[in-house]
Every structure is written in C-alpha cells, then in structure tokens.
Design a protein around this ligand. Structure first.
Ligand code: COA
Length: 254
C-alpha cells in the first residue's frame, strides 16, 4: 500500500486492471487522450487479452472494495524482431525470442497528479519487463507537444531516441512523436556510449595486434618499413569509418 506524497489524504494501491474498471477506464481515456480507442481495446485491457496493465486506485474514499480508479498504465509484450526499434537494440539474429514491452497508454486523473502515481505505475512496468528473461527494453511514443509526459519519462531515465515526423494524425493534423526507450536486462542500444568505447577499445586492440604481427613478420622478412605504414593507414580509415558510422547512428537516434 502506498501513500502518495503531497497534500492528498488518499491511500493509493496498485493492482491489475479489473473488468469492474471498464467504464471508468474508458471515461478517463476519453478525458485524457486526443486519440479515440475502440471498445475492443478496453475489453482487451480489462480481460488481459494480450495486454498487461496496472491500475492505481484510491481506496480511502470509495465504497467499492476495488477502490476508485485514478490512474493506469497499459502495455503489450511484443517480439523485438517485429518492432520498429530493432536498430536500437543489440541482439544476435539467433535470439528470435527477444521481446520488448510497449507502453500503450499511461494516465493519471488530474486531481491526483504530481504525487508520484505515474512513477509507481511505470516502475511496475519496468519491474515486469525486467522479470522477463528475454525482454530487453520498455518503449513508447509521446506526442511532441506533451511536455509533462516528456519531462516525466526523462525523469524516469528513459532515453529519448528519436523524433518521428508526422507520426500521429489527429483531427486532420499531423504531429511528430518522440520515441523513448528504457533498457532492461542488459539490453542496450548499438549506439550507446558504452558501445562506442567498446568499439574504440577493440580498434586499438586489433591495431596493436596487427602492428605487433607486422613488425614480427618484417623483422623476419626484412621488408621496407613504409608499406607497413600504408597498410596501417588504410586499416585506420576503415576502422575510423566504422566508428563514425556508430557516432552518426547515435546522433540520428537521439
Ligand atoms: C504524464 C502523467 C502521466 C504524469 O503523471 P503524474 O502521476 O502526475 O506523474 P508523477 O507525479 O509520477 O511525476 C513524476 C515526474 O514527472 C514530471 N512531471 C509530471 N507532471 C509534470 C508537469 N505537469 N510538468 C512538468 N513535469 C512534470 C516531473 O519531473 C515529476 O517529478 P517531480 O514531481 O519530482 O517534479 C500525467 O500528467 C498525465 O496523466 N497526463 C495526461 C495523459 C498523458 O499525457 N499520458 C502520457 C502519454 S504517453
């Protein structure tokens, strides 16, 4: 049981979304989002049909023992290879069962905001994703003008990976979206700083090995020094190119 911070005297508990939440869940979605969701979506949420969700309920002022729904997060487990972010993940082609958790919707009723409820809901999602061995990340899209949500995900240490032009089409207008990713279970992006460091380390290790072996062979064969340098140079360019590609990918996806 969790006490939200701030002036509220409410007692908020977190539990799965239940069939009894159907009506309120739908009402809150209509109130909070510019996108209209089909009835089937809500039915799938409350029945847990392919959707895993959590509810934040206020049990302090409610007659119902299930409490009053004041927040929710809905997610779907998807195969990484079928997602749009395969390029943001490092996994071998042999690992076909790598999964991701996609956040479909997250919302907190206005009166209950800024009391850490969304934080607790998203922590549940991260805990769930981390508990799935083959899961590598939690990700989502946020419409580009939704500053509270953008700040929220940044505060939760999600990485802003890219801006998708004209991703949403709402009421006859296009809007960009931001793609946020939170890596779990040692999942990481191929363009993470760690990968760049690893690539540089590998480059220097290979260069060193190559120089040593060349030197060794030249000593034996008495080959003049300059062709050796030429070869080293060409390798340098190739290797540098590879690193530059990694750096470029980083600037593209952030
Ligand atoms: C975004 C939303 C879910 C946040 O819910 P919440 O319960 O108020 O969030 P929390 O209290 O856990 O906030 C945690 C952090 O998010 C950020 N944040 C939340 N609301 C913010 C706001 N209005 N402005 C700026 N930052 C905000 C802050 O960094 C905050 O940390 P702080 O309290 O230490 O400053 C809520 O505003 C909401 O339901 N919005 C409408 C629906 C929506 O936009 N959903 C997200 C679409 S993906």
């Amino acid at each position: 049981m969790l006490e939200p911070r701030g002036a509220h005297r409410s007692t908020i508990v977190y539990r799965p979304v239940l069939p009894s939440d159907l009506e309120v869940l739908e009402q809150i979605h209509v109130a909070l989002f510019p996108i209209r969701y089909e009835k089937e979506f809500f039915l799938n949420v409350v029945r847990g049909n392919g959707i895993v969700s959590w509810a934040a309920v206020d049990i302090s002022h409610s007659d119902s023992h299930n409490g009053k729904l004041v927040g929710f997060v809905t997610t779907r487990l998807i195969l990484a290879k079928e997602s749009e972010i395969t390029d943001l993940l490092r996994f071998s082609a042999s690992k076909k069962d790598i999964t991701l958790v996609y956040i479909l919707t997250l919302g907190v009723v206005e009166h209950y905001r800024n009391h850490g409820i969304a934080t607790s809901l998203v922590r549940e999602v991260i805990k769930y994703a981390s508990s799935i061995t083959h899961c590598r990340a939690v990700y989502l899209h946020v419409i580009s003008y939704n500053l509270p949500a953008i700040k929220f995900y940044e505060k939760m240490s999600f990485k802003l990976m890219r801006r998708l032009q004209r991703f949403y089409y709402i009421n006859g207008q296009h809007y960009d979206s931001y793609l946020f990713v939170y890596y779990v279970n040692d999942g990481h992006s191929p363009c993470s700083p760690l990968n760049i460091v690893a690539a540089v380390a590998t480059y220097f290790r290979d260069l060193f090995k190559m120089l040593v072996s060349k030197l060794w062979r030249n000593e034996e064969r008495h080959i003049p020094r300059w062709p050796k340098c030429k070869e080293t140079n060409s390798l340098l360019i190739t290797q540098n190119k590879r690193i530059v590609v990694t750096e470029n990918s980083a600037s593209q996806c952030v």
